[in-house]
Ligand binder design. Sequence first.
Ligand code: ZN
Length: 258
Amino acid sequence: MSKRERKKYKGIKWCFLTLSLVLIVTAFVYFFWYTPVGYRMSVMFHGFRELSPNIYVDKNYEGDTDAIPTIINEAKERNFEFWGEVKSNPVIIISDDEEKIARLGGNHNAYTIAVFAVRTYISLSSNWLNVDVIAHELTHAETHYRIFHGVISFDRPIPVWFDEGIALQNDKRERYGDTAWIYATDYTRKKVDFDAITGEEFYKGDEKEILYNYIVSRYEVKKWIIENGIEALKALLEGIRRGGDFYSLYNQSKNTET
Ligand SMILES: [Zn+2]
């Protein structure tokens, strides 16, 4: 290789390295500033303070921060009573700032990532800072931990109705309760098509349709747990984690196993 060629090769190499570096930095900034998951993962750099371990509150939050740990602890207690043993430890992020809520991608929901470790990030505004909503999101976190730990996954191996149905076991709001179920199913006459709400379509439709999806999912999962027990639910989630098929595990009740 001549001196001129070497110089040219060196120039291309530097150009390539600089371009790669710019791309990496751009992707990094984009992820942590402009995607809800990235933003949630890096809240400590976006004007939030750690109120207690894994609870972040917007520095400009005007609500009563003293009451927050008590409400969260009560929700954790409810989650613990349901599972018997809680393995997840989600990050809870609280803000009332509209711009920050937009960046967080929601004011009362949970995002889980399952790469190397399972981490769930729960976003809440003061309107949703109550035991039912927090217990609901903590239950999602525990469900996700149980199906994802030790595996790398980018998709949801359980139907949305099942995920929401479990979360609602710890959400005691009447609008999702047994009475609501009786009305929603027209005194049990109306049959539910769960196949129609396995994916994101669960959240689509008008308010009444979405509420219906929550109501019927809560009841279906409640019924399954009464018939099979909480240990069977845990075993089912572990079966999913090991790569099992949801419907074959779900339809295989304890009674038919013997
Ligand atoms: Zn939910």
